[in-house]
Design a protein around this ligand. Structure first.
Ligand code: MV4
Length: 445
């Protein structure tokens, strides 16, 4: 087992990783930017190294500085968390060169799944259902036009280097396709330095349902059931839950098998997520694979009673997994609390937290790095806490969440708590009747 892990991240996920390391008897090294000198991850870690200025490019994305911190502290592994360098194949490669274990998949796996058309080709070869469309990059407007005519409109153009919603264009009719193709390509080139574009049939009003998977270094793969992440705003998830109110046991079985097939096809090593789009007829299609631990991993941990960070560390250390799949035993719902003003287009609201009361009690887990007197810096993601409600039924989990949100006091900054309070009371939400379009039509009062 590793003796010392450097956590190449900040905020709640850095704390989350430090906590598991402590339970495993592993020493921890925090890295931090000048803006984060008073952060809890710095205080909770055994050692801490300041690696640069506030801007991410100078600190949490600065690979030479991070490697220097790992060298001087003699860390034998690096946990990247999520965001920042978590899906940077070059960083995973450099860790290997330094003989420091990157706690995640190999650079080849990250690269393969990071290029969306390569990921799709891999899934087609593995027999995993994918969204109908071009099975390679589009070479010309003429090709795009012909394919769209064959498939029928609407179609969607996606950047192969994209993912998470960046650089997409929905095309509703032939008259729009030339412009959409040109602008999507230019946007992809500017954002990703890769102008590769592919096409898919546009699935209207889908659900986003993802499966947690794990694979070890010996080719064993399992799934840990699903999370429903359909409640999103501008490609940012707001609420995640497990089990999905939309899945039947039969569909869970089928999608779980497909998720295992997907991960096994690349001999996936580490924990990861297979994202599916599910249409109204309950057809499901592979969309993307995330080769990292995700923000919403706690939802799965609570429904199957399992530490995913511990599993990820054990896999990286070469310990085999059992290979059994997991079914949800509980219902869990997570609300992401952001320092944003939900009444003002979710505008970021950094600043100092003057008063704080955190909810607790039966069925509540709060993962957060905030404290009274903490100043939320403006440089990073605005998520400041995740509240997870756990109960035997979805109804009870919603009631527990409402109770917890009503206890939560955060003064000094605006938060998304009022948004979540109203969402929990929404009839459609309570019935489990929602798709990725739900938030567009949801009006905050
Ligand atoms: C789609 C789609 C409909 N049809 N692809 C958004 C994020 C990126 N990973 C892919 N996305 C979508 N791809 C086809 N062929 C709809 C979306 C989409 C979406 C997906 C999941 C969750 C929220 C979403 C919001 C808007 C669009």
């Amino acid at each position: 087992m590793f003796k010392k892990i450097l956590i190449a991240n900040r905020g709640e996920i850095a704390l989350r990783i430090i906590r598991t390391c402590r339970e495993m008897g592993i020493q921890t090294v925090a890295i931090y930017s000048t803006a984060d000198k008073d952060s809890l991850h710095v205080r909770f870690a055994d050692e801490a190294v300041c690696i640069g200025k506030a801007q991410s490019a100078d600190s949490y994305l600065n690979i030479p500085h991070i490697m220097a911190a790992a060298e001087i502290t003699n860390a034998d592994a690096i946990h990247p968390g999520y965001g920042f360098l978590a899906e940077n194949a070059g960083f995973a490669e450099i860790c290997a060169q330094y003989n420091i274990k990157f706690i995640g998949p190999t650079p080849e796996m990250i690269r393969k799944m990071g290029d969306k058309i390569t990921a799709k080709e891999t899934m087609i070869a593995a027999g995993v259902p994918v969204i109908p469309g071009s099975e390679a990059l589009l070479e010309s407007v003429a090709e795009a036009e012909q394919l769209a005519t064959e498939m029928g409109y609407p179609v969607i153009l996606k950047a192969t280097a994209g993912g998470g919603g960046k650089g997409m264009r929905v095309v509703w009719s032939e008259s729009e396709i030339e412009k959409a193709f040109t602008t999507a390509k230019a946007e992809a080139a500017a954002s990703f330095k890769n102008d590769g574009i592919y096409m898919e049939k546009f699935i209207e009003d889908p659900r986003h349902i993802e499966f947690q998977v794990a694979g070890d270094q010996y080719g064993t793969v399992c799934h840990m059931s699903e999370r429903d992440c359909s409640i999103q705003r501008r490609h940012q998830k707001l609420v995640e839950e497990s089990p999905s109110p939309f899945l039947t046991p039969e569909l869970r079985q089928k999608m779980g098998e497909a998720a295992i097939k997907a991960a096994a096809s690349i001999n996936y090593e580490s924990v990861g997520t297979i994202e599916f789009l599910v249409d109204k007829h309950r057809n499901f299609y592979f969309m993307e694979m995330n080769t990292r631990i995700q923000v919403e991993h706690g939802v799965t941990e609570e429904v199957i009673s399992f530490d995913l960070i511990k599993e990820q560390i054990k896999i990286a250390a070469g310990i085999p997994i059992s290979g059994k799949n997991y079914e949800p035993k509980m219902c869990a719902i997570e609300c992401r609390i952001n320092a944003e003003d939900p009444y003002n287009d979710f505008r970021p609201s950094p600043g100092t937290i003057t008063v704080l009361h955190t909810p607790g009690g039966h069925g509540i887990r709060v993962d957060s790095h905030i404290y009274a007197g903490y100043t939320i810096p403006p440089y990073y993601d605005s998520m400041i806490a995740k509240v997870i409600a756990i109960a035997q039924t979805r109804e009870e989990a919603i009631s527990t969440m409402e109770r917890a949100l009503s206890e939560y006091v955060i003064e000094g900054v605006k938060t998304t708590i009022p948004f979540h309070m109203q969402l929990m009371k929404n009839e459609q939400f309570r019935e489990g009747n929602f798709t990725t379009k739900f938030i567009e039509t949801f009006e905050l009062k």
